[in-house]
Design a protein around this ligand. Structure first.
Ligand code: CTP
Length: 402
């Protein structure tokens, strides 16, 4: 990040207290930081501390004639290589989505022609509110990228999604932005499924599995890093949304299929989700009550749609490269090879999920890649490294076909 210039827009929220540390870390990487502080942000962190750490003036007021003379609000953003809004409150994102210019921060954001990265921070209910989610979709569609938020304890005493990413994550997002990694998948679109699905038994109970979503999320992040427009369709997990992806949260297999079909067309599909094979034949709208002296209810099951097989047989909507996973506990390669034939996909990434391997919840994976040309066994490595290697292989395949 040597010599790069970051314009940090600090809006209101307790997470603003993470910003001095973030400035220190960005500058450690060789980049210069200039801050715009909103009125709300100034309730949590002082202009003086930001100025001391950035060794620059902190801009707070749009109607300051001196500031306008020295550095007009247009130049404030033109002078930077990237704008990072951290923390990005629900309010500032709503204003960005609406195109408002009611203070210096929003005016700079409206006037800029530079890339913008937002690090949202808010209470979980505000995060989940349809208005906030709609604003985020609007901003994503305009090319704004996001870091976090993450799940955890909140300053307000609640627990959930909405915590701002830590300074290290914010700096990592900037490092990725400035990295010279080539973007061989630019112009391509990938759909990735990840995590478990939840199949309702009644409104309060469901059938699920132990998938963490770590492998699917890592693949989505790796695709986005190589410039691929990536739609991640994920079942319930505790993981933060990976940076740079359009993330669609679903619960059941049928919701997942609908979201995947809606996301088409795509060049690449990676089905890493542990989709429940069955769901209950009918989930009543009311909670099933225990009846005194009667036997436990018998659940009648029906098969779920197979998303991988559906995509593989999607005719002219079929992605060029369809990749499935095979979670096996025995005869891993033989089972995976026949799964590839049965489902009609191009590649299968097979892994041993016997409890002794710790694969499902763990951070590492030992995989075999099965293609039409044969199979190879990769050494045990982190799920992030499996993702990087798999995505590099995907990029090489598209490059070879050009
Ligand atoms: N898959 C899917 N939709 C389903 C079931 C599985 O898209 N309803 C996908 C998974 O995402 C994975 C692949 O199919 O890419 C294989 O999943 P796996 O659970 O290993 O295979 P199953 O089809 O469930 O077969 P079995 O459980 O009998 O091994």
């Amino acid at each position: 990040m040597q010599g790069k210039r970051v314009l940090l827009i600090v809006s209101g929220g307790i997470a603003a207290i993470k910003i001095p540390e973030t400035i220190r870390r960005i500058r450690e990487q060789g980049a210069a930081v200039r801050c715009v502080l909103t009125e709300g942000g100034a309730q949590f962190v002082t202009p003086l501390s930001l100025s001391a750490l950035s060794e620059d003036k902190v801009y707070t007021d749009i109607f300051s004639l001196t500031d306008e003379h020295e550095m007009g609000h247009i130049n404030l953003s033109r002078d930077a290589d990237v704008l990072m809004v951290a923390p990005a409150s629900a309010d500032i994102m709503a204003k960005m989505a609406a195109g408002m210019a009611s203070d210096l921060a929003t005016t700079v954001l409206l006037a800029t022609d530079k890339p913008v990265i937002c690090a949202p921070a808010m209470n979980v209910r505000m995060w989940e509110h349809p208005a906030t989610q709609a604003n985020i979709q609007t901003l994503k569609a305009r090319g704004v990228t996001f870091v976090g938020p993450e799940e955890g304890d909140m300053a307000c005493g609640e627990y959930g999604m909405g915590r701002t990413s830590e300074p290290a994550e914010l700096v990592a997002a900037l490092r990725d932005f400035f990295s010279d990694v080539p973007k061989p998948l630019e112009g391509r679109h990938a759909v990735v499924t990840s995590g478990p699905t939840h199949e309702p038994i009644d409104p309060v109970r469901y059938i699920a599995n132990r998938s963490s979503g770590k492998q699917g999320h890592a693949i989505a992040a790796a695709l986005a890093k190589l410039g691929c427009r990536t739609t991640l369709v994920t079942g319930p997990t505790v993981l933060p949304d990976p940076a740079g992806c359009d993330v669609i949260h679903i619960e059941s297999a049928r919701d997942m299929l609908a979201a995947v079909e809606k996301a088409l067309p795509a060049d690449i599909a990676v089905c890493a989700a542990a989709v429940a094979d069955w769901r209950t034949a009918d989930a009543p709208g009311q909670k099933i009550k225990k009846q005194p002296d009667s036997a436990p209810p018998a659940l009648s099951m029906v098969e779920n749609p197979d998303i991988l097989a559906t995509l593989s047989a999607a005719g002219n909507k079929r992605p060029t490269l369809v990749i499935g996973f095979a979670a096996e506990t025995d005869d891993v390669i033989a089972n995976a090879r026949s799964k590839r034939d049965r489902k009609g996909c191009d590649w299968i990434v097979a892994n041993d999920v016997s409890p002794a391997t710790g694969t499902f919840a763990g951070d590492d994976n030992t995989v075999h890649l099965i293609t039409g040309d044969g199979e190879e066994t990769w050494p045990r490595m982190s799920k992030a490294d499996v993702a990087t290697q798999l995505v590099a292989r995907i990029a090489a395949t598209f490059e070879a076909a050009e």
